[in-house]
Write a protein that binds this ligand. Structure first.
Ligand code: ADP
Ligand code: SF4
Length: 701
């Protein structure tokens, strides 16, 4: 980097108590669905972030005690010494990558239903567990003894964390996931003792835990405090004045302040509902209340936006979870001025769905995320080619683009053939829908990369038939021809066609191609449950139609509960004047109307309508694959593989992953598919079996 780089400021060191960062790029703690179940997978993932230039790489929340158990979610645990080897491996891996290792200790307080440990949840008051769970379990108001216990557990966890090599230790008071946050919040804390009431009382426990932590750390590790600055649950939540008060009183206690929002949902806004840097209004002015460095997030992918945060005095460190997931090498790319190769986060929250579904993290933009250990994938590198074979990739949607890119990186000669003029397939089309413009980055990153590769040739306006493939003498073909939405109503609810007669029927395929229904009154049938039903309804409303939306589910776009969008989608539909009919399925449609039926009572209702838009399911466009597969052996064709939606319609993330997989596996010796295709860790058996007896467990002591 030259002296005059406008981004030099991002590469300045920052002193955090006893440690110094090498730059201002800071991977804040983030969940990943790996946790205690997949510790080596997590270690490999974090190491790659460190390798990519992040100066601090943190774990996700680490439960400090069995009373902080948020099962079924899979996070890390530091309950006792048994957990330490997992955590030590992660710290070691982060160090190997060249970063400082941070650990986010957490007591989940009344957010921990303790479904695994069966301990009684601990909160400021007797209240049902909240905010992330609706289990029929109540937290018990903590006594002074409980408070003393909590402080002792936290001190022990701090000691253990430092002993196993962590450089930075967190005190967690954000996202509604921390007992310290619950104590701060008048919503959850109406205690009448010295831990409730005034702000000074509500922050007492936070102060005590911070003081304990500083004392134990004793300069051997930096101490960070992650605090919710805004966005919590209506008028009696934690708000700006409270945080200003906390910073005024406790501002000099820890070595670093990490500003977060009152809920993870508000912290990780999707691009559909918030722009880059959307936390700025909440963070502005807080840095002035402490002399300690501060870090915050905002889905920062643009180096100019990052520089602005520093120059405006909003932040000292650029925090990132999602941008570091989409591009673990973001810092190094900025350092090396390779801005065109940055893989920008699209703000879709598919990464969040990994944690939310208790499965391993995945990312739309970075198909290697979560596969670093399991399959040995790397975000920047792919194994070199093993022959001079030429590969034809047919279809330039997310699957075809990623396959062509990754095969190109491997060094193969690739012909990418696309029927249309534009590249990007469904991404190009869907990014025109309301709120989805950032999704284009999936295409742009790959097209830019491909354009820079002399060994990848792109042919637009080239619809390919099986005869063409054979005529050109292609030996290896990947078929990435995508899918089409079905118009017959078959989906989850109905697995046979819905009777329809005399009414206009459309699908998202039509709407995306610009063929909107001609009728004024439109019923959208969402039996898909991801974003498409809601966003098509929005698009049609914006085009001036009278729109109602019907779904057998309890909410429109129900699966977006995992992307933190479901509530925001309902709100947007209501505000747009779109009528929602939930818990209902379309059962038939005829001229002038659509008949819907309650999924519980089968009672039917008539909706007046001129058109019905089926958002139910898709069919793969796999004719080309089928035809080609039949010709292997009686032509030059040696291999053909279907990828992406052409193989099985799914998410854009799944299509990208499938393209990457095909490229990674091309000409590799693969295990037969009766064997597990990836590395995994299996719980080690307790060596003392069968000697366990009730007495030996020490229960009740
Ligand atoms: P995926 O999500 O699996 O990548 P998409 O539907 O986004 O699938 O993209 C499929 C792409 O394939 C589209 O751009 C489409 O125009 C292109 N395509 C479909 N059939 C052919 C074909 N026979 N020849 C060339 N391109 C095709
Ligand atoms: Fe960003 Fe989506 Fe990847 Fe998450 S899954 S990091 S939101 S691109």
């Amino acid at each position: 980097m030259t002296e005059s780089s406008p981004y030099d400021i991002l590469f300045e060191p920052v002193q955090i108590g006893p440690v110094t960062t090498k730059n201002r790029f800071y991977q804040v703690p983030h969940c990943n669905g790996m946790g205690y179940r997949d510790p080596s997978a997590q270690a490999a993932m974090r190491r790659i972030k460190a390798e990519g230039g992040w100066s601090v790489v943190n774990t996700e929340q680490v439960e400090i005690h069995p009373t902080s158990d948020i099962a079924p979610f899979i996070e890390l645990r530091i309950w006792d010494d048994q957990d330490l080897p997992h955590l030590a491996r992660i710290a070691e891996a982060i160090h190997e990558g060249g970063a400082l290792a941070g650990i986010e200790l957490a007591h989940n307080g009344m957010n921990a239903p303790n479904l695994y440990s069966r301990e009684i949840p601990l909160g400021p008051m007797h209240l049902p567990v909240a905010p992330d769970t609706i289990a029929p379990i109540q937290a018990r108001a903590m006594t002074k003894r409980d408070i003393a216990d909590l402080r002792r557990w936290h001190r022990t966890a701090v000691r253990r964390s430092i002993d196993i090599g962590y450089d930075l230790v967190y005190v967690y008071a954000a996202h509604g996931y921390s007992g310290l946050h619950h104590f701060l919040s008048p919503r959850y804390n109406q205690r009448t003792d010295e831990y409730g009431g005034s702000l000074a009382n509500r922050m007492r426990l936070l102060r005590e835990v911070l003081e304990d932590t500083m004392e134990i750390a004793d300069g051997k590790a930096a101490i960070a405090c992650r605090i919710a600055v805004e966005g919590e649950y209506g008028p009696n939540g934690v708000h700006r004045e409270d945080i200003q008060g906390v910073l005024t009183e406790l501002g000099e206690l820890p070595d670093l302040w990490d500003f977060a929002m009152g809920s993870w949902e508000e912290d990780s806004l999707t691009s559909r509902f918030g722009p880059e840097g959307s936390q700025e209004e909440h963070v502005a002015g807080l840095k002035a209340l402490t002399s300690k460095p501060v870090v915050g997030v905002g889905r920062f992918t643009s180096p100019d936006a990052m520089v602005r945060q520093i120059r405006k005095g909003l932040l000292d460190l650029i925090g990132a979870a999602r941008p570091s997931i989409a591009d673990p090498f973001l810092p190094n790319k900025i350092r090396d001025r390779q801005l065109e190769s940055i893989r920008e986060c699209i703000g879709c929250n598919i990464c969040v769905t990994g944690d939310q579904t208790m499965s391993i993290i995945r990312c739309t933009q970075n198909p290697s995320m979560g596969e670093e250990y399991r399959r040995g994938w790397h975000p920047e590198r792919v194994k070199p080619k093993t022959s001079d074979a030429r590969v034809a990739v047919i279809g330039a949607g997310p699957a075809g683009l990623e396959a062509a890119r990754a095969l190109g990186v491997r060094g193969y000669d690739v012909n990418l053939l696309e029927a249309g003029r534009e590249l990007g397939g469904r991404v190009t089309l869907e990014s025109k829908l309301p709120g989805l413009s950032a999704w284009n980055r999936v295409r742009d990153y790959r097209v830019l990369a491909i354009e820079a590769m002399p060994n990848v040739e792109v042919f637009r306006e080239s619809p390919v038939t099986a005869e063409d493939v054979l005529e050109f003498g292609f030996e290896h073909v990947l078929v990435a021809t995508g899918s089409t939405w079905r118009a017959d109503g078959v989906g989850r609810f109905h697995t046979t066609p819905i009777p329809v007669d005399g009414i206009e029927v459309c699908t998202p395929t039509d709407v995306l191609a610009g063929r909107l229904p001609t009728g004024q009154r439109v019923v959208v049938y969402d039996d898909d449950y991801y974003y498409m039903g809601g966003v098509i309804a929005e698009a049609l409303r914006a085009a001036g139609k009278d729109v109602s939306i019907v779904t057998p589910s309890a909410q429109v776009s129900q699966w977006t509960v995992h992307t933190f969008e479901v509530g925001k989608i309902q709100r947007r539909l209501i505000e747009a004047g779109i009528v929602r009919h939930t818990d209902h399925a379309v059962v038939s449609a005829a001229a002038g109307g659509v008949t819907i039926s309650s999924v519980y009572t089968e009672q039917t209702t008539q909706l007046e309508a001129d058109a019905l838009v089926m958002v139910t399911a898709r069919l793969p466009k796999d004719e080309l694959f089928t035809q080609l597969e039949a010709r292997i052996g009686d032509s030059d064709l040696l291999t053909v593989r279907g990828i992406g939606d052409a193989w099985a319609p799914g998410t854009i993330a799944a299509a990208v992953w499938s393209g990457r997989r095909a490229a990674e596996e091309f000409e590799m010796d693969l295990k037969p598919n009766d064997e597990v295709q990836f590395r995994r860790e299996v719980t080690a058996l307790d060596p003392i079996w069968p000697g366990v007896t009730l007495q030996a467990t020490g229960a009740g002591k």
